[in-house]
Design a binder for this molecule. Sequence first.
Ligand code: ADP
Ligand code: ADP
Length: 228
Amino acid sequence: MASITLKNIVKKYGDGYPAVNDVSIDIDDGEFVILVGPSGCGKSTLLRMIVGLEDITDGELLIGGERVNEKAPRDRNLAMVFQNYALYPHLTVFENIAFPMRLAKGQFSEDEVKEKVNQAAKLLELTEHLERKPGNLSGGQRQRVAMGRAIVRDANAFLFDEPLSNLDAKLRGQMRAEISRLQRSLNTTSVYVTHDQTEAMTLGDRVAVLKKGVLQQIASPRELYEQP
Ligand code: ADP
Ligand code: ADP
């Protein structure tokens, strides 16, 4: 995993008011940062600039201390954890997690593949499910398979774009607890976008509050909670 540094990041679409306006955030290696704010405040735009799907109008983005403004998404080695998980239904959990290593043809021996997949599965508590297909898994298990895939390819960070927004309240609560537990055991650099206050206050090491493209404050949930 790696640190992510945003230095005075600006995004302008056309000549309107900036969607993201002079945002600076230092995300430490292993830190879990939540971007929160109302619809339209610039959360998705910021995430898409980090991933590389959107050009940065001004400012600098560093991953692991290296400038990546001009780098293509695949060269940034970030893992998006999608709402719909994007797993292969016909492959087992093992093969879904192994997929990035299979793609890197010849780079990994079969023993290495097994070792890495088993290691990730252990971390994510998926060991008993390795021979199952994604269709038979719970939402939380599927999300963990997607994370396993990112772990075996040594992704620099996880990016979450409102991963719980389409779930009903009960499932959302379960998934929130699950992500919170994983966050503590994995130590992965993560950027997590949500408009949900409860998620923001329960999940992150730090919460960055955006309003109309401007960073209002960034602090631990505790500091935010205790302030008047
Ligand atoms: P959020 O994710 O917080 O809902 P967005 O990043 O989607 O906010 O949007 C921030 C602002 O940028 C909004 O005013 C939105 O209308 C505008 N915006 C987002 N995407 C585009 C786009 N592709 N073209 C023009 N304006 C956009
Ligand atoms: P919302 O606005 O509800 O958060 P979107 O449908 O705008 O969701 O999806 C978020 C963004 O993720 C979109 O701009 C989409 O283009 C982008 N996206 C698409 N493919 C990828 C990908 N492979 N990796 C990362 N982001 C992607």
